[in-house]
Design a protein around this ligand. Structure first.
Ligand code: MGD
Ligand code: MGD
Ligand code: SF4
Ligand code: MO
Length: 720
């Protein structure tokens, strides 16, 4: 590549908004990031991560050579190695041969149930497609999943049940067409900041009315006509009480219900019990606020619902999401521009990784693995003998962790995830990872999970490879190689193909057309041949502008909003609901509710952002506590506190703020030295298998400064 001044157009590697980035480069060094004013997704706006967060690629802790652990690791005795002296450098051939040998040995001894892989919502569609293909085609396992499980899994399951599709129904920019919209369980201003800008414009420039339902006074509440400060876990009661009022006051859309839905009578009967009085007792929200919210949404001409993790990350996450879907079906606020159901997807490419079948129950394109016809179709496409593919649903991320041990999962291949920060109940996760027989980590840094690995493979970052990401509103956009891959790091898709070729030889399989793709564009052509929604996506077509899936053929213009004529399952299905709350209620020993989440400057386990100057902006874990609780516990702003749940204990500083509500504390899960997931519980939603990250019972007690791990200079920041 030439080393002169260049500008390369690509897509942001952080969140699902999918902002366009222009990387300004001199001498193979990115020195600035901008975005053009006419970029369709973000109109030239970027948040602090997109504009400044790219510098992790130059961080000195980055690993750019394949590494092998010096001391062989044994199941039950596996340890973490962060120190490079515990690893030795290897060539790609040596590292990949070792992986191929060990995985083959385990597979030939214990079969497909022993094999598992985590795909990566930060990597490209092409990377993920090939990774799930490798595990399905060569190891005949469906134990393939990724962080979508820990994220919107319950939204996906509920939308599949009710309408038969799981993506956002609208383009994010359509929010300005709403006269009323609900934002719930979403700290949009921090986590989807550019969509938040559009929401703010909808309110301030276009006169839309916003209803925020959230236990915290998140920034969007400042723009809201109504803020309903509910207790965590009480969404079924609140949203069903809104449905109750809409039914009682006949604000529903009879024509839409008759023409486009089913199961109305059963649903309506089940809403009888959800009176506003009942919801007030369960949620702590004034019943009049609930009635007002119901009238506002019930009378909307063009209403939409936007939600994020406050809804799905519960032991009753699927029912929560169904409560929202019921409201949209009841009022006919779906299927027209601006109206719809919008789970704001999180990672830059979680929509894409899901579309690519990086999931245990589906081939690419949400085609069930237990359906004979689908299995045959993929056997043909991938050159596999009839009956060769596994027809049994695979295990999900959290189930993969739980099943590690003799008779269960024995080897795990992690491409770009960090379960040792992101899974719930980390003491349990640690215990399980220790039992693995063989672990591969393919990442940019040795994170808390990679530190357990036998072999580490250095992946190229998003700025060093070609490919595509699919953003939250289903837009497939180009990712372009802007600089040379650092050191020996290689693009994930190249690593996967190289490994697949070695495995084919060892397993004496010839499953596919050779695993010899020239470039990601060729991989995308194959994706289009097996995923109908991507049939019309080619690199030529998305050279300048992304296209929104479904894109049924090469002439199809893409789909800005869904369900205009019909739902993929035919009629939209109402679901009757029963009340359900937190699985672990506060009591005398653990009197406060902990809810966990994010801050603007950081990303999940912090692997990227804590290796960036973003860490200087927010260098330390902070627990939000309401002034009333702080006074009661004699805690001042900046004091060290110990937070204890039935599963673990951490020490961090408190920030006293009305951003949270009495009885609720909030801790971001970005900081390893005070890892929030040591406290959370691994109870799962029965349908979607998503853990209850958003509510568990804790005790907060004053702690000594000396108990802080990694204590740093601290000042109470003004942002709150
Ligand atoms: N800066 C930054 N941005 C990110 C990410 C990041 O790590 N950092 N991650 C990305 C990813 S993968 C995702 S999935 C998204 C997540 O985006 P969000 O879901 O906005 O992220 P959280 O911080 O988890 O916020 C959850 C929201 O739910 C509220 N909440 C808590 N309990 C409940 C409840 O019981 N009911 C309701 N209705 N609300 C509740 C919280 O107060 C908070 O406002 O963000 C994406 N964007
Ligand atoms: N308590 C609590 N826990 C949660 C949540 C919560 O709200 N509360 N939210 C959950 C949610 S929504 C999510 S999405 C998960 C996220 O959980 P994870 O996906 O485990 O978290 P990340 O930190 O995003 O991990 C991404 C890893 O990929 C690496 N990486 C980045 N780019 C590439 C690439 O191109 N190739 C490769 N090979 N690697 C790459 C990064 O260095 C990093 O190590 O966390 C979940 N955990
Ligand atoms: S809003 Fe999301 S996609 Fe846009 S710059 Fe920020 S992190 Fe990147
Ligand atoms: Mo997520």
């Amino acid at each position: 590549m030439s080393l002169s001044d260049r500008v390369v157009s690509t897509t942001c590697p952080f969140c699902g908004v999918g902002c366009n980035l222009q990387l300004h480069i001199q001498d193979d060094f990115i020195y600035r990031v901008t975005s053009p004013f006419d970029s369709v997704v973000n109109h030239g706006n970027l948040c602090v991560k997109g504009r400044f967060g790219y510098d992790f690629i130059y961080n000195q802790n980055r690993i750019t050579t394949p590494l092998i652990r010096r001391t062989p690791q044994k199941p039950g005795k596996r340890t973490q190695a962060f120190d490079l002296s515990e690893w030795r450098e290897a060539t790609w051939d040596e590292a990949l041969d070792l992986i191929a040998d060990r995985l083959t040995e385990i597979y030939q001894r214990d079969g497909s149930r022993a094999m598992a892989a985590y795909c990566c919502a930060k990597a490209t569609n092409e990377d993920n497609y090939l990774m799930e293909k490798l595990f399905r085609a060569l190891f005949r396992t469906n134990h393939i999943d990724h962080c979508t499980r820990l994220c919107h899994a319950a939204s996906v399951v509920a939308l599949q049940m009710a309408v038969g599709s799981s993506a956002m129904s609208n383009t994010a920019a359509e929010v300005i067409q709403n006269d009323v919209f609900i934002v719930t369980g979403s700290n949009t201003a921090e986590n989807h900041p550019i969509i938040a800008l559009q929401m703010k414009a909808a309110v301030q420039k276009h006169g839309a009315k916003l209803i925020v339902v959230d236990p915290r006074r998140v920034e969007m509440a400042n723009y809201a006509t109504l803020w309903l400060p509910e207790k965590p876990g009480s969404d079924i009661a609140v949203f069903s009480a809104m449905a109750h009022v809409i039914l009682k006051e006949k604000l529903y859309n009879q024509e839409f219900i008759d023409q486009r839905t089913e199961n109305f009578a059963e649903f309506a009967a089940s809403m009888e019990k959800f009176t506003p009085e009942h919801a007030e007792i369960v949620s702590g929200v004034d019943r009049n606020l609930i009635i007002e919210a119901a009238r506002l949404y019930g009378n909307a001409r063009n209403g939409a619902i936007y939600w994020s993790l406050g809804i799905p990350e519960h032991s009753h996450g699927t029912a929560n999401a169904l409560a929202l879907i019921n409201l949209a079906l009841l009022t006919g606020n779906i299927g027209r521009p601006g109206t719809g159901l919008n789970p704001l997807r999180g990672q830059n490419n979680v929509q894409g990784a899901s579309d690519m079948g990086a999931m245990p129950w589906h081939y690419p394109g949400y085609q069930r693995v237990d359906d004979e016809q689908n299995a045959r179709k993929f056997e043909q496409a991938w050159h596999i003998e009839p009956g060769g593919l596994n027809r049994t649903l695979g295990l999900t991320t959290t189930e993969i962790v739980s099943s590690i041990g003799p008779g269960g999962v024995r080897s795990l291949y992690i491409m770009g995830e960090n379960p040792m920060m992101s899974e719930p109940n980390l003491n349990h996760t640690r215990h399980k990872l220790e039992q693995l027989e063989f672990l591969v980590a393919q990442d940019i840094f040795i994170n808390e999970s990679g530190a357990f690995a036998d072999v580490f493979l250095p992946a190229a970052s998003w700025a060093e490879k070609d490919g595509t990401f699919t953003n939250t509103d289903r837009r497939v956009q180009r990712v372009r190689q802007a600089i040379q891959a650092r050191g020996q790091s290689r693009a994930d898709w190249q690593i996967v193909c190289d490994l697949a070729r070695r495995l084919e030889t060892r397993l004496k399989r010839s499953t596919s057309a050779g695993w010899n793709y020239q470039n990601p564009a060729e991989v995308m052509r194959e994706i289009g041949s097996v995923v109908p929604e991507y049939r019309g996506i080619t690199y030529e077509r998305i050279e300048n502008l992304g296209i929104q899936t479904p894109t049924w053929d090469e002439n199809h213009p893409g789909t800005p909003y869904l369900f205009a004529e019909t739902f993929p399952r035919g009629r939209g299905k109402f679901h009757p609901l029963e009340d359900a709350g937190m699985a672990e209620m506060p009591d005398e020993d653990y009197p406060l509710i902990l809810t966990t989440g994010r801050v603007l400057e950081h990303w999940h386990g912090g692997t990227l952002t804590r290796h960036s100057w973003l860490d200087d902006l927010f260098p330390e874990a902070l627990m939000e506590i309401h002034p009333a609780d702080a006074a009661h516990l004699k805690i001042n702003a900046g004091n060290a506190v110990r937070v204890t749940s039935r599963r673990g204990s951490i020490v961090l500083r408190a920030i006293v703020t009305q951003k949270t509500t009495p009885g609720v504390v909030f801790i971001p899960f970005h900081f390893a030295e005070a890892a929030a997931n040591l406290l959370t519980q691994d109870i799962l939603d029965p349908q979607a298998k998503i853990p209850e990250y958003k509510a568990c019972a804790v005790r907060v007690t004053p702690a000594d400064e000396s108990e802080l791990t990694n204590a740093q200079d601290y000042q109470v920041r003004g942002r709150y």
